[in-house]
Write a protein that binds this ligand. Structure first.
Ligand code: TRP
Length: 341
């Protein structure tokens, strides 16, 4: 019996932070270890280049960093195929054929593309490659005949557009070569998006409010000690607020079952007054260190031999290419352009 196929990717534009970890990475590792799926995980460097064309160095460095983050978090190349998008030329070739099935107006209506165009301030100079990246993303997904694509809610329009392309292709060429994927979305927004240390709704590199999987113990401690709590909780005796208090928010996200009684008691004590922020932060630090310490150690271990990491990526890319080439053959056959077969 063939296993259902799961595929996900990240744009390598920096190291991964703990928001990525709780939002998706942890879940991928869990799915991988369930052994029920065939997993493909990839570094979408080509997609990252659609808005970093003149700054490839950042993307190139991030490929190594994100690969280390993956391995450190528990993705295992023996179980999952980990690869680099740009090393699979078949993806670009598939995109060429899909482009003819998608109107410019449809791309311009894609809500995620619209938001990003506004955010990135392209003005009148939207790179063509950027505008068509949803089509390239459809190629990523369909090349591997992915059944399930676990992504954030912001990616819903990409999955929707991929499904349209699949239907359009199969209909136009009267075949069932391409597979319609399902998006798998975070069950609740809170789990899907971890706020920053400063309370900002988004943890991001540009806001400087993140904790990275690569952070050393001292950096982690300093960051936790600087976290946004309750600005009105001035004296220890003051009653404090737990809503909007990042320490308690993170405790809810990172606490395990066996911590729940302690967390609950701490919340009550804080709200009643008499519990200082430093104590709550020390406790959070313990919880975070328990989760992140082993990841950090593994990351350091893998980082000692980057040659081996790139070897792993090369093997993954070769394996991925075989799958993509098979799909491309089927696509060309369906279109009748397999002249020399
Ligand atoms: N667009 C995704 C992001 O910004 C990255 C990505 C590229 C992706 N291709 C993909 C995700 C295919 C899932 C499947 O995070």
């Amino acid at each position: 019996m063939t296993k259902p196929i799961i595929l996900t990717g990240d744009r390598p534009t920096g190291k991964l932070h703990i928001g990525h970890y709780v939002g998706s990475l942890q879940n991928r590792v869990r799915l991988q270890n369930e052994d029920k799926y065939q997993m493909f995980v990839f570094l979408a460097d080509q997609q990252a280049l659609t808005d970093h064309a003149k700054d490839p160095q950042t993307i190139v460095e991030s490929v190594g960093n994100v690969a280390l983050d993956y391995l450190a978090a528990g993705l295992d190349p023996e179980k999952s195929t980990i690869f680099i998008q740009s090393q699979i030329p078949e993806l670009a070739e598939l995109s060429m054929y899909y482009m003819n099935l998608v109107s410019l107006a449809r791309l311009e209506r894609n809500p995620t593309v619209k938001t990003e165009i506004a955010q990135k301030g392209f003005g009148e100079s939207i790179p063509t490659g950027f505008l068509v990246y949803p089509i390239a993303q459809a190629a990523d997904i369909t090349a591997f005949k992915a059944n399930s694509v676990p992504v954030g809610n912001d990616q819903k329009p990409m999955i929707e557009q991929t499904r349209e392309i699949v239907r359009s292709f199969n209909h136009a060429y009267n075949c069932d070569v391409l597979v319609e994927p399902e998006g798998i979305y975070p069950e609740n927004e809170a789990a899907g998006r971890l706020p920053g240390l400063d309370g900002n709704a988004k943890m991001s590199k540009s806001l400087g409010n993140g904790i990275y999987l690569a952070d050393d113990a001292d950096t982690l401690r300093k960051k936790v000690m600087s976290m946004y709590t309750d600005p009105n909780h001035i004296k220890v005796e003051d009653p404090g607020q737990i809503e909007g208090n990042m320490v308690f928010h993170y405790l809810d996200v990172f606490g395990r079952k066996e911590d729940q009684a302690d967390i609950q008691a701490m919340k009550e004590h804080y709200q009643a007054g008499g519990l200082g922020d430093v104590k709550t932060k020390r406790y959070l630090l313990e919880i975070l260190e328990r989760e992140l310490g082993p990841i950090r150690e593994r990351r350091l271990e893998f980082a000692k031999d980057m040659g081996q990491v790139y070897d792993m990526l090369k093997k993954g890319s070769q394996a991925a290419q075989e799958v993509a080439a098979q799909t491309l053959d089927e696509v060309k056959a369906a279109m009748g352009i397999n002249y020399f077969k």
